[in-house]
Design a protein around this ligand. Structure first.
Ligand code: SF4
Ligand code: SF4
Length: 377
């Protein structure tokens, strides 16, 4: 395992982090806690969770693991998060920290994120007098938090603005081998300020492992596209931690194996990838689920957008997409789904979307596919 200093904070952390958003929730929490301990045995020290992950069980799973680790808790770095909108005041921020501490069964949180900044208004909400950041600073003074960091889905110049006042010691960014052409400015801005940089969604929310055939161009000889995607982030000097979401020991083993080699990409390899990437790859749904529960007419937005990924990745024709949509509605993951054509364009899902997707326009296209029975013959 490689260990890197987390910005200017002092500690070195493992280059592979444990993303706690993809536990197998059909399993008991104790079993998932064992998975976390297995990762620590493999040398992973950066352990990332948040309230709400995995049907809100992730922090409790981490708490069980912390108990199992005993004194080894001192050797790892626990991170969790709080959104400005759910902690709009300093008191609420403090309550959220206390709740996380109780669930994590620990006296301190190593890295606490001002979570999910999608628009500058959310940052301003966190920073206003008497707001979340002030509450977190108090927690830091009392030793409940060691470092205040930020997670953001802003792009390029806005990331720079977010970081320029030096209020945060590190940043969690959605960057990977498919979208780096469009997201790199944020990474550079953070690195230049000597902050810890953590890459979330290094596998594009599972899109890369699920589409290895289509994405074969990512890989070099002897590696899979998934391994190439991990290697891309792990070998970047600008990135401190790469944060895949783990479900099995096999996932952990793969990431650790890649990290042990982590040979940098050659210029020729980067050029080859660049030649295959398109703006489409920056607009994939990552399945993060932040849009869920917002739709007044109960359209399963995430499901439809994951389906739409096939159009962006595979270049399928409209006829093929319409036929497959029909199949998915009859037999697949869209059985019983409210038609895309029922969207009333209120925009709530777009406001919530971490990837800034043009969901309403995509749903219009899906509605056309729904209404073309001739395509389905
Ligand atoms: S824009 Fe459409 S899909 Fe999105 S929340 Fe509003 S009605 Fe639902
Ligand atoms: S549509 Fe956006 S918010 Fe919803 S799951 Fe996909 S990326 Fe996440």
């Amino acid at each position: 395992m490689i260990y890197k200093p987390y910005g200017m904070t002092g500690p070195s952390v493992s280059a592979v982090g444990f993303g706690g958003m993809r536990f197998d929730t059909t399993q008991a929490d104790a079993k998932n806690a064992e998975l976390l301990c297995y990762a620590v045995d493999r040398g992973i020290t950066y352990l990332d969770t948040a309230p709400g992950y995995c049907d809100d069980r992730s922090e409790d799973i981490f708490g069980r693991a912390v108990k199992m680790l005993g004194r080894r808790r001192e050797d790892v770095f626990l991170t969790t998060k709080g959104m400005p909108e759910s902690s709009p005041t300093a008191d609420k921020a403090r309550q959220a920290v206390q709740k996380s501490l109780t669930r994590l069964k620990t006296d301190y949180i190593d890295f606490y994120h001002v979570w999910c900044i999608r628009r500058m208004e959310e940052y301003e909400l966190a920073m206003r007098p008497g707001g979340q950041y002030e509450g977190l600073m108090q927690c830091k003074e009392e030793g409940l938090i060691r470092h205040i960091v930020v997670s953001t889905h802003l792009r390029g110049p806005q990331v720079k603005t977010l970081l320029e006042k030096n209020e945060f010691e590190g940043v969690l960014l959605g960057v990977n081998i498919l979208n780096f052409l469009y997201r790199w400015e944020g990474v550079v801005a953070a690195h230049q300020q000597e902050l810890g940089v953590v890459a979330m969604n290094p596998l594009a929310g599972g899109v890369i492992p699920q589409n290895e055939k289509t994405l074969a161009f990512l890989a070099d000889d002897g590696e899979t596209p998934t391994e190439a995607a991990l290697r891309f982030c792990l070998s970047c000097p600008q990135m401190t931690v790469t944060l895949p979401g783990f479900t099995t020991r096999g996932h952990i083993d793969t990431a650790c194996r890649v990290a042990d080699r982590a040979e940098p990409f050659t210029d020729a390899h980067i050029e080859r990838i660049r030649g295959h990437l398109s703006k489409n790859m920056d607009t994939l749904c990552t399945g993060c689920g932040y849009c869920m529960g917002r739709c007044p007419v109960e359209i399963p937005v995430a499901g439809y957008m994951q389906y739409y990924n096939d159009k962006l990745l595979g270049g399928k024709t409209d006829v093929e997409m319409a036929k497959e949509l029909d199949n998915q509605k009859k037999l697949g993951f869209l059985v019983g789904a409210r038609p895309a054509g029922d969207c009333v364009a209120c925009g709530r899902c777009e406001t919530a979307c971490t990837q800034h997707l043009d969901i309403v326009r995509r749903l219009n296209t899906l509605a056309e596919w729904e209404q073309q029975p001739a395509w389905r013959k």
